[in-house]
Design a protein around this ligand. Structure first.
Ligand code: XIL
Length: 733
């Protein structure tokens, strides 16, 4: 085999296997529009920055392209910018503001009054004695006026008061050595000195300093029932008293399991009753179960993020942004708390952001950006039926007429359940526990019609779905689901026609030193007596198609998920073909190691097929044992085998077929008379151009060639069922 053909095959194989396409090639998820541009009709997208972020050119470039709002992570906090009376550290704050000014980016100011990183000197006099609240207010007023005025030109919103409310789960407070019923307010120095009046004062000072800027109350855990209501009540009370609060900042320090969309929506809709502006001010998603803005947290492990964890994070980001988009009427900004995992206040090991520690966008970044606005509103049609491939009596998985699939898995103590089936480019469909404690979920959109392999990943462990049957694929028995197809009748089992049968044949293979197995389709009427040329009764003999499966599959794949026998029965009953035998053998594909594809020659299988299998078949069955009654075809890697073997051994096969397994070009075929018919096909989501070019070139060179581009399918069995259906009609003619 010449090198050019082999490398052509390798290319074809790589381009047809979508999962392989990304192998070894890092994907640039930043490629495409900026995040801010993707969300221009919804809200601005912000990022909290440190000094490095606004001085390193690579990081500055990311900020400029992706974000249109910037928050100083620490530089404007009172304790940082105003650490002592009369001492101001404007340096870093100015440099961040200048970066924004130069690049036309507006800023969310954070924050003017907080219990942490605060200018604690405001509480005491020169001797260290506590001051009266009037002194405190005077100092706070000066502080707020100075800061707000200095950055007035570039700030559109201020977090005026941060985290003044108490957390959930505290029935009591410990105040001055005594246990008292929990107050709705955090027992901060501010509160202890002033009560909740300090909140009102801070907002009044900010409004005096800038009549136009939006003023926010900002807090974490707004999705907790208790805290949500405490914030609601406080803001409502303040607003009724005339305190100038424009909006509520929901920090959004969440995790990959929490919150549920309903919980988030509850908070947004509740706050919407009292404010016109909601900002998601500090978004990040830890990969553990912690959440909130408390300054005590675990820093995670500095090890690479497991694949299924990344999938959970992608899914959670997707769910949250879908809710944010739904409420874009009130949400006017979503800000990520830090630029990359490396910058994260939570530490690298929590992997909380859509940009990783090497400043590369993660897939979650792309998923957030490339959302499908139409899908936001889509509700699957409620005509669910159990998947036809379910085990006896199993209601789930289910499919609907639009091609959605939904799943139900009982795993009471699991932390996460992921179904590998889902929209392309995603890690699958993440299930959530319903109110009965059962994991359920629906694919985000319709799946391609036809058969799909899938599996479950439960807390990182891969298992099959007990609801459905298993099919050999990926070198193991996988769960399978069948999505209704518009043309499904051609592979449907019909009760009104005769059926052939499929026999399992074991045979000894000397070359591999073990027993090998194939499945042989024998058409209805096989063995019957017919009149021969000499007028004597004789048993009819048949042509044979050797039909190969793909990588990871075996001799069961074509008869079971490929429905080859049913397709043959239907074609014969409809009079579209004359009966022939189909031999479906294991093609040794799974003994080959990925990464050595460049060296794949199919020589082992050639030996097995031609020297061992064909003689067995010709001996045991009523075949017409010659080249013009023998065809070879294969899907995917079986197509590679077909191409290599038919070109090397044209004296054995007279009809050739490649199903998502590359193409033939005329110059590859030494003797144009050696083949009577060539078929090439693939799904329209694969490489249809290659198929069309091949057929054109072959026809122009005088070959009898035919192609099929299967509609709305990729590298999957409906493509190949359709190919078999079409190809079979032109074989042995
Ligand atoms: C964090 C900063 O990111 C850290 O660098 C700092 O050490 C502590 O504060 N809620 C807030 C933010 O409102 O100001 C906090 O930022 C994170 C929790």
């Amino acid at each position: 085999m010449n090198k050019r053909i082999i490398s052509g095959l390798v290319l074809a194989f790589i381009s047809i296997l979508p999962t392989m396409a990304q192998w070894g090639r890092p994907v640039d998820y930043f490629a495409g529009p900026g995040l801010k541009d993707a969300y221009k009709d919804y809200f601005t997208i912000g990022v909290a920055v440190n000094k490095k972020n606004v001085s390193d050119p690579a990081q500055m470039a990311i900020i400029k392209k992706q974000f249109n709002s910037v928050t100083a992570e620490n530089a404007w906090k009172p304790g940082e910018i105003h650490p002592k009376e009369g001492v101001w550290n404007f340096g870093l704050a100015d440099s961040i503001a200048n970066f924004c000014r130069e690049n036309g980016i507006k800023m969310r100011g954070h924050c003017l009054c907080w219990h942490s990183q605060f200018a604690d000197w405001m509480f005491t006099d020169k001797k260290g004695k506590p001051v009266k609240k009037e002194v405190f207010y005077q100092r706070l007023r000066d502080h707020i006026h100075t800061v707000v005025n200095r950055y007035k030109d570039v700030v559109y919103a201020w977090d005026v008061v941060n985290e003044a409310m108490a957390d959930d789960g505290r029935p009591f407070d410990f105040v001055d050595g005594k246990l008292v019923k929990a107050s709705p307010y955090r027992q901060s120095r501010h509160f202890k000195l002033c009560g909740d009046e300090f909140i009102a004062k801070a907002f009044e000072f900010a409004r005096e300093a800038d009549p136009d800027v939006l003023l926010f109350y900002n807090d974490y855990s707004c999705v907790d029932n208790g805290k949500r209501e405490r914030i609601y009540e406080m803001v409502k009370k303040m607003k009724e008293a005339g305190v100038p609060i424009d909006g509520i900042g929901m920090q959004g320090h969440y995790n990959i399991y929490f919150p549920e969309e309903e919980q988030l929506e509850k908070a947004i809709t509740r706050f919407k009753e009292i404010v016109k502006h909601i900002n998601i001010t500090e978004l990040d998603l830890r990969t553990n179960t912690e959440s909130g803005g408390q300054l005590m947290f675990s820093r995670g492990e500095a090890k690479p993020q497991a694949g299924y964890i990344a999938t959970l994070q992608e899914d959670q980001y997707a769910r949250l942004f879908k809710v944010f988009r739904k409420h874009a009427d009130v949400i006017d900004n979503v800000t990520f708390w830090n630029l990359s995992d490396k910058d994260s206040w939570l530490g690298l090991g929590n992997h909380p952001l859509p940009i990783d520690e090497n400043l590369k966008a993660k897939r979650s970044f792309q998923i957030i950006r490339d959302f499908d606005a139409a899908a936001d509103k889509r509700v699957p049609k409620d005509d669910w039926v159990p998947n036809p491939m379910n085990q006896p009596g199993q209601e789930y998985p289910q499919v609907n007429s639009e091609g959605f699939a939904r799943f139900r898995v009982e795993a009471p103590d699991a932390k996460s359940v992921i179904v590998s089936l889902g929209l392309g480019g995603r890690g699958g469909t993440v299930l959530r526990k319903d109110k009965d404690g059962v994991w359920t979920g629906t694919t985000e959109g319709p799946m391609d019609p036809g058969f799909h392999y899938y599996h479950l990943t439960i807390d990182g462990g891969v298992v099959n779905d007990p609801g459905t049957h298993n099919y050999f694929g990926s070198c193991r028995w996988e769960s399978g689901i069948e999505i209704p197809a518009p043309d499904q009748d051609f592979y449907a089992w019909r009760k009104d026609i005769p059926h052939g049968n499929i026999q399992k044949v074991d045979f000894w293979s000397e070359s591999t030193g073990k027993m090998q197995t194939c499945n042989v389709y024998l058409p209805d009427g096989y063995g019957k007596l017919v009149k021969g040329k000499n007028g004597k009764l004789t048993q009819e003999r048949y042509p044979v198609l050797y039909l190969q499966h793909g990588w990871g599959e075996n001799e069961t794949s074509w008869p079971v998920q490929g429905k080859a026998g049913i397709i043959m029965d239907n074609l014969i009953a409809e009079g579209k073909i004359k009966p022939f035998i189909v031999v479906m053998a294991y093609g040794l594909t799974n003994d080959f190691k990925f990464g050595t594809i460049g060296k794949f020659t199919a020589e082992e299988f050639e030996k097995l097929l031609i020297d061992e299998l064909i003689p067995v078949i010709d001996k045991q069955f009523l075949t017409k044992p010659d080249k013009w009654n023998r065809a070879m075809a294969g899907l995917s890697m079986g197509g590679m085998e077909t191409k290599l073997i038919t070109l090397r051994r044209p004296e054995v096969f007279g009809y050739w077929g490649l199903l998502s397994g590359g193409t033939y070009m005329p110059e590859e075929i030494k003797d144009p008379k050696c083949v009577k018919y060539i078929f090439v096909g693939c799904g329209d989501k694969e490489n249809p151009d290659g198929i069309n070019k091949s057929v054109e070139a072959l026809k122009a060179a005088g070959f009898n060639a035919e192609g099929l581009v299967s509609e709305n399918t990729a590298h999957e069995f409906l493509t190949w069922r359709r190919c078999l259906y079409k190809m079979a009609q032109s074989l042995f003619k």
